[in-house]
Design a protein around this ligand. Sequence first.
Ligand SMILES: [Zn+2]
Length: 340
Amino acid sequence: MVRCGMCGVPRMFSYTTRWTDDGVIVSMPRGLIRLLFMEREHLVAIYRAIEEKLGLPIDHIITEAKRKDAWTYVQDVLPPLVSDLVKKRFVRRLAYMAMIAQAAVIGLGKARLLEYREGKLLTGKISPVYYHAMFAGDALGAFETFEGRKAELAYSFLSSEMFLRIEASESAHVGERLELRETPVVKARAGFQRCRRCGAPSDLANFRWDAASGRILDQRTGEWFFVQGTRAMDAVLRELEYELGEEIPQVVAKATWDFFRRRREEHPGVFEDLSFLKIRGMGVPDSLQPTPEELRKGLDIRNGYNGAILAGMVAAACGVEEPSWSWESPQPGVIRIRIA
Ligand SMILES: [Zn+2]
């Protein structure tokens, strides 16, 4: 991994992941999709809380949403040279190797290609993995993109390793639900301090890229961070809310509040104000230290990602106990959080 000599952020990471002045993270070079930078355990907490509430696994919904989202991401980050060549058979294996390397750079874990038969079959393993059902969707979506065919997926676990088998199949089912939606971007002033050499936000100097395990580690908290598109989680949460009602966003807000409240207690100084939203690509709050009065009236977050997640994050960082929250979107690209 070649790293910036000033801030230590890997070059491959800055080439493919950019924080804009509007506080949005986008995939590069074309900026096709909006990304989030988040704690793995935060994501796990959200999905686990939903599954506990339902009493059912939601893996199949998560995998299907990621499968649909993989295509655009793969198109954007694959080096243009490889992308042209991938239509030719003999370099397709290289394209998978490039995606495996990219997965490690953005913190998805350490994957390996085990067997590949062009147009037919791919098997691989990953350990550690950021989230099994999400990685399954990433791998399936990449295979379908490169091969131009539908495929079936199976996976299993052997101790800490996840094994995947993807096989081309004309009868593979593609779900029609789970429409992906891009959130509108508005002007905002994120005010990032940036590395003078590579342009990455200076906050990223707090992170360490562990090439051996394919993880990004926050050196202040020890948390594992990763990068993912905004659209798959958005589609999963909207689908579940549509099917099951308002309980779902309440569960998401509560799981997020619990997660960050605990981190705030354990790591004084890291979650002192709301600036921690910005490096995560979650949005730019109008005030970094809102008063209880301001929180009651409503705090606007420009380029805010998800009302329920933001409510939990704001309540935790502002130290609100027993919060009651609500959120709305007064205009596209802005989320207003009210906490009493
Ligand atoms: Zn730098």
